[in-house]
Ligand binder design. Sequence first.
Ligand code: PLP
Length: 644
Amino acid sequence: MPLAEQPSIDATAEPSAIERVSRIYGLENWGFGYFGVNPSGHLSVTPHKIPGLAVDVYEAVRDQVGNQLSPPFLLRFPQILDERLASLHQAFATAIAEFDYGGRHIGAYPVKVNQRPEVLRRLVEAGQRYDYGLEVGSKAELIAALSMPLAEGSLIICNGLKDDLYLRLAMAAAKLGRKAVIVVEDLQDLQLTLKLARAQDLLPPIGLRVKLGARGSGKWEDSCGEFAKFGMSTIALVRALDLIKEWDAASQLAMLHFHVGSQVNDIRRAKQAFKEAARVYAKARKAGFDIAYLNVGGGLGVDYDGSRTASEFSMNYSVQEFANDIVYTLGEVCAGEEVSAPTIVTEHGRAMVAYHSMLVTDVRKVVTPGLVADGEFAEVESDAPPVLELVDIAEGINAKNFRERYHDAVQQRGDMNSLFELGYLGLRDKAKGEALFWKICRRVARLSRQMKHRPKELQDLDQMLASRFVCNFSMFQSIPDFWAFDQLFPIIPIHRLNETPTERGVLCDITCDSDGTVDRFVDTKHFKESLELHAPRPDEPYYLGILLLGAYQETLGDIHNLFGTVTELNVEVGTDGQRVVSQPIRGDNVRDVLGDFGYQPEALREALARRLAERKQAGLIGDQDEHEVLATSSRVLDDYTYLV
Ligand SMILES: *Cc1c(COP(=O)(O)O)cnc(C)c1O
């Protein structure tokens, strides 16, 4: 019985039980040293990767619920940002030392990947020691970047299409003591930039964005290559260099910029791109341009499924290998061409921020197809042949005959449906038959899991029988990439990880959209269509974490069904191992989302009040009714948009 009472938690569970359960969720594969399970069976986060300095995620959530806040929560672990930053820079430092590279490396954070001010500020502050900068793609991102406490040696890299004001603001950066490189995409932009700078008597550093012939790899490979939306072809590049010479502006050409596309999954493709980029740099340098920076863009992947392969949501290389390949390739090419090695600039976004945030949602109900209590419908005395057959099959099924009996059951159910359509079967008879059929399916599924080679038709039973775990969140707000292109994210209960999960389920969000179903889960072999979960206990919340949400998700979320932003918490671990949780940033209330969509919440409330007054006047409702409806409306406007 899937929903019956479960044995209570065994507090002294063997470590092996925890290991077994962790393996079910693939924690070791995708956890990257940040995620683990503590002896209480709770998900823990080790932001510095130092064992012992861990946060108990379940306890953090329970505290907030104790403070009258409700899930969903977005938990941020800012210390993971620090750790990511340190490990990226360490990887480049190691590579530079190993290959005796003649230049240095600096990074810049691409704001579009997660533009929340607290994320930007944290990265910029933690990045000061590395001269870490920012990459922006619009006026809005630029002005946000200019307000950040950047280090002296860091860059603001201005990408994207630019109008007059964008250019003016970028040129004004120097007056603020910031170094903003204006990266242009084509000749027209270049001309505009040179003209505007000349008119103001300014000499802003300029970058040229170059298209590579080599394509990136993975989901986003189209953002690179001959037909990419951004950048100059070789023809355009040659013309641009000529134009710069004509304007006598060679000293302003500070950067060549490339971007191989996001989530590069295959290192071989990236290597090819680095080679080409290095060659372009060396040739331009030889043509008399002392270009200081070679910007190889972003693209460093995140191993969402933990497979360490060139699959869509993984990558077949480590950060160190990626850094080695860049440094080694540039060093080699520059040595061969006898030009000095440039400062390497990288713009990794996804790999910086993906790990740092997770969504915690609570399961609100579990809907299990065809679930009936033992003995339910036993009193229905049906004499319809298919129903009688199903009774026989259910009784006679065993480890030897289950596959054959399953085929029989499918056939009998077909017959039963035909009888019903023709009017020969009552509702109760059909209910009994269906109950028997589901019972048979459950037995067959269980028995067939022991098979060495389980046929597809029996594997499909798992999906068919999977319970719908209805979770308090909106896919469209919190994991838009799952909806848009089946991006996989690790999902794991944040407690009870010392108990073997007994159920299999898919997750449904609370939007009224049938697309709002999570039915693809991380697995070492490709993906799985249902997830192992625990049967929720009555009167005890069951919390799930959806992990690795820091990159691109917060940016793209939308307000489907008017479910708004979720409540956010910063969670850190103190040097003594204590949990430090920030003051929560409350998610949108109903008033907020209505306001964002052009409603006027107060006018809305007044409209209700007028309507109530009219109905009271007409004698249809009383004072008390009017008062109550108004009070309820006010409470709704102030309430969280999610289930409370
Ligand atoms: C989006 C973007 C990046 C970030 O790419 P990631 O794959 O997230 O590292 C870097 N540079 C440019 C120009 C971009 O447009």
